[in-house]
Design a protein around this ligand. Sequence first.
Ligand code: NAG
Ligand code: NAG
Length: 459
Amino acid sequence: MFSVSSLLVLGLSAVAQAKVQFLGIAIAGGDIGCIIDGSCNLGQVEMPLSTLGGADGLGQMKHFVNDDGLNLFRLPTSWQYLINSEESASSVLDEGNAANYDQLVQACLSTGAYCMIDVHNFARFNGAVIGQGGPSDELFAGLWAALATKYAKEEKIIFEVTNEPHDLDIGLWVKTCQKVVTAIRKAGASSQMILLPGDNFDSAATLVSSGSADGLLSITNPDGSTDNLLLDIHKYLDVNNSGTLASCNTDNVGNFTALASYLREQGRQGLISETGASPQAQECFPAFCAQNTAINKNSDVFVGLVTWAAGSFGTDYVLTLTPTIDGNGNYVDNELMTECVLGPYGGSPSKTTKSATTAKKTSTAKPVASSSEPVSVSPSVSASSSSAKTSSSSSSSSSESACSSAYRRVSSSSAMSSGLPRSHCMRGPANPTSTPNAAGVVRAASNLAVAIAVGVALL
Ligand SMILES: *[C@@H]1O[C@H](CO)[C@@H](O)[C@H](O)[C@H]1NC(C)=O
Ligand SMILES: *[C@@H]1O[C@H](CO)[C@@H](O)[C@H](O)[C@H]1NC(C)=O
């Protein structure tokens, strides 16, 4: 009898809150130049703020909050950037770079949203795994202590220990993460969410089977509790979960449903901090929509969904969710964003809004642009490195060359024998490709109506 009534309550609450508490997107750029062996070319960083020569991240975030109801932004950066050294790890924040990154954090906070600090290092520094041949756990925990000290009073900061660990000893990695959690809490950030990422690029498909989830969920706060310690979760839909291909081959609903059951059994929660799909492939629409609907349905255990990516990525980047700017200076979401991110969450309330003044057309004129470049109305800048903007005729060839040069760098690292660069290394020149899609809005609105009708009927 007890179990029947609690099942009923569970069922009703799932209907009542069939959407995640936090919906967000990566405002990327601070990570550009970093690859999966945990090395970074800091010359390629495009911190997504007009004031720092990158995309108009502030305008984008205002648009996403005001027009779409988003309430979380993931702000990737790297260990190397924060200490301003490509060569040797330390725990000492570089004053200038930490101040630049803080401009992005403050821009995010100014929108009222939650803001995720992502140290986008793949659990590595220059080819070597933290605490497993690379920098010591103490150095890494020291970096986090410095960050946590800086943001201790900001309740809306979320700490993501690192992006996508892979090819490591999970038992040792759990110990590293425990030290980071202790360091963050002892620095005074006692209640903010901390996201704990697992092996195999944090893949939803293998977090449980790899032992990552069990290990990470054994981590505790200094008081012994597990409050606000969440499983970090990633997943793409392309054939090898790389987030680099304009195709969708996997049905992720089963993976997310299974992971939700696991979390429910454990009495714990997780946050999907990275997933994405390509708006250039038709089959991605049903697959990505279905995945995100499943995530929203399991919002009792999945507290948030953060998609990849906007920020300094161009509007023709293979996984772009970067909004374009229309003739009136308003940001406009692409179809994939409208249909498959906003749709499953309850739809986009309005696509054109009063926030036009925040969409600075002038941001397209970036300082380093040369007159030979195509004029673009995209809010996003093209790559500041010369290599990535050599081709404006074919975004895919540009992306491939950016990635293959990154891959050569991976290959040449003796410590890193497998794997290829992932989504962060892919980008192309900024070209407006998206147009507003009225059908998408109508579909989203009717989805919402159906959801409400079903909810009322069940109640
Ligand atoms: C999870 O996804 C992988 C492929 O991405 C698939 O092979 C596996 O069967 C899925 N698991 C479940 C439980 O659906
Ligand atoms: C994923 O598969 C594609 C197509 O086979 C390949 O080009 C790419 O290098 C693979 N990426 C990873 C990370 O394995």
